[in-house]
Design a binder for this molecule. Structure first.
Ligand SMILES: Nc1ncnc2c1ncn2[C@@H]1O[C@H](COP(=O)(O)OP(=O)(O)OP(=O)(O)O)[C@@H](O)[C@H]1O
Length: 532
């Protein structure tokens, strides 16, 4: 009994730590110019955010990394920049007008609204956490002799929790497939899932809510002029399939990539930039011969995980999660999930979308959306494998993984240090250049060093305060290198380079700085590593 109590306290302490960490990251993002609430002076607009000077740099670097890895590195992928407004028939054909819904449920006591599917998935995650805890206990007890597979297959506590997950999963899948909203509510009641605020199970019925924003185009506010803000960028790619096929000299299999804004009227929008009403997506649709889609689905599943790992601090933060129920357009779907401080959540989706979209647009527009297959000697509607990652969610994963607090030695004492361990190729500023003092011609020399580097790297200059304070400021925004120009520089043209993560310092000739930064902090080098 005492043990259980103790374990419970530890889990709660861990949860509290994670919540604290998340609050710190949100505060840090605002304080150091990464993310601001939109319309901040009016109190902020719910689930809409602006990116500050450092945030805009980081966001752009993530975009560049994605675009280069997709378009530049693949001979058979081309880019596109389609508009946000599209003919409303697009959304009828794609199924968004009829089926882009979330099942919502309200707690009558707290008056808070939740996505019913998220409540159930979070509940199942609790059983998964219990299994993980059993495994950790087993490992601790048996050390090197511990056989995880056998333990998972035989331990009674693990089997009990597994059975519970399976039971809920099967019933939930059935209810989703049948769109049985009453049973979704019943699952919540039967499992005693309570509102995290009120702690009660006093729920309303579950109802569907369409997530698209609409407005009118033109002077008449009637239904014929209704237009939607796109809820995904993918449809802009589908409706341009023929245009790109004709103009780009691409042959199936080939892909079209696009980065752009998408809009969803997310009712349960919490967790900062994880779920926003206005956000950006980086999507790629890969058009393949029907029947080959699973080969490409597996190829992209693997390639996208590698892309994440190449900039990760810890590969263990990522995992695959197969979908319980595929969306109406897909025959296979997997998420790449990331360990956010508030739980393991979807970061990217990889979907085998069949010929659903092109087929539906073909039917409604009357235009043939096909390619000529030379093997079959006939026209075919290609199948599509999609990779879709939220830019803002990606930003949040980078920021939360990067936020580091540690205790370091300061002479005889110890002090707390906070820094952002962002991959150098994504860091907003690659290097900060400091003259040791404002005298003796050091600022001029430091400006000379800036000039050597600024055409290829985003570098900054600082001369205010003691060097230690300047290091701290750069640590807080994730600058991987600080370069100090001192009196010795005037004699031998060397500078002191200080590394963010190790705090190591070493001297380097000015003439070598460019190739040093290129190797350590350039997108070029990151892409080479990705391909190796
Ligand atoms: N409201 C949002 N705010 C920020 N990013 C989003 C939002 N909705 C989706 N994304 C991002 O776009 C990607 C692809 O969109 P997709 O339609 O597959 O998401 P989804 O499955 O609806 O996401 P979720 O289940 O979290 O609502 C997601 O993996 C996510 O990174």
């Amino acid at each position: 009994m005492l043990n259980t109590q103790c374990a419970k306290q530890k889990t709660m302490a861990n949860q509290n730590n994670q919540e604290n960490l998340f609050q710190k990251v949100v505060a840090h993002a605002k304080e150091y110019g990464f993310v601001f609430p939109s319309s901040d002076i009016y109190g902020g607009l719910q689930a809409v955010y602006d990116y500050g000077s450092n945030g805009a740099e980081l966001k752009n670097n993530i975009k560049k990394y994605w675009w280069a890895a997709m378009v530049q590195m693949h001979e058979n992928i081309v880019g596109l920049d389609s508009s946000i407004f599209m003919d409303s028939k697009t959304w009828k054909a794609s199924g968004h007008v009829d089926a882009f819904n979330d099942p919502l449920i309200d707690n009558k006591d707290s008056k808070k609204r939740y996505r019913a599917d998220v409540l159930i998935e979070d509940h199942m995650a609790k059983y998964e956490a219990k299994i993980e805890k059993e495994v950790a206990k087993g490992k601790k007890r048996f050390g090197d002799d511990f056989d995880t597979e056998q333990f998972l297959a035989t331990n009674p506590n693990v089997l009990r929790n597994k059975a519970k997950i399976e039971e809920i999963e099967t019933r939930f899948k059935k209810a989703l497939e049948a769109e049985d909203l009453a049973d979704i509510k019943q699952i919540i009641l039967d499992n005693n899932i309570v509102c995290p605020i009120s702690g009660t199970a006093n729920w309303t019925d579950v109802r569907q809510f369409n997530l698209m924003f609409s407005t009118e185009m033109g002077s008449l506010a009637d239904d014929s002029n209704r237009i939607y803000l796109r809820p995904e960028t993918a449809q802009g790619i589908f409706v341009n399939f023929l245009n790109v096929l004709k103009t780009s000299r691409m042959k199936v299999p080939f892909g079209i990539a696009q980065i752009g804004k998408a809009f969803r009227n997310e009712i349960v929008a919490r967790q900062f930039i994880f779920r926003m009403k206005e956000f950006e997506q980086m999507e790629m649709q890969f058009f393949v011969k029907p029947g080959t889609e699973m080969k490409w689905y597996n190829y992209w599943k693997d390639a996208r995980m590698k892309w994440h790992h190449a900039i990760a601090n810890d590969n263990e933060d990522y995992r695959y999660h197969d979908h319980l129920k595929c969306a109406h357009y897909a025959n296979a779907a997997v998420d790449i999930e990331f360990k956010f401080p508030f739980g393991i959540k979807e970061l990217e989706g990889i979907h085998s979308r069949t010929d659903y979209d092109l087929g539906a647009h073909q039917d409604l527009s009357g235009k043939k959306l096909q390619y000529f297959d030379t093997e079959e000697n006939k026209n075919l509607v290609p199948y599509v494998v999609e990779t879709s990652v939220g830019l803002d969610r990606m930003f949040l994963s980078v920021l939360t993984a990067a936020y580091t607090e540690e205790t370091v030695k300061d002479g005889d004492k110890e002090k707390q240090r906070t820094y952002l361990k962002i991959h150098p190729a994504l860091a907003p500023t690659k290097a900060a250049i400091f003259p040791l003092t404002k005298k003796d011609g050091l600022p001029d020399k430091a400006r000379e060093v800036m000039k050597e580097l600024k055409y290829d790297f985003n570098v900054s200059y600082e001369e205010k305060d003691a060097i230690g304070k300047r290091y701290t400021r750069q640590d807080l925004i994730g600058t991987p290198y600080c370069i100090t120009v001192d009196h010795q520089t005037l004699e031998d043209n060397t500078v002191t380079v200080r590394e963010r993560d190790t705090m190591d310092q070493f001297r380097m000739p000015i003439a070598e700085l460019h190739s040093f930064l290129d190797k350590k902090a350039s997108l070029r080098h990151l892409l080479k590593e990705l391909e190796a």
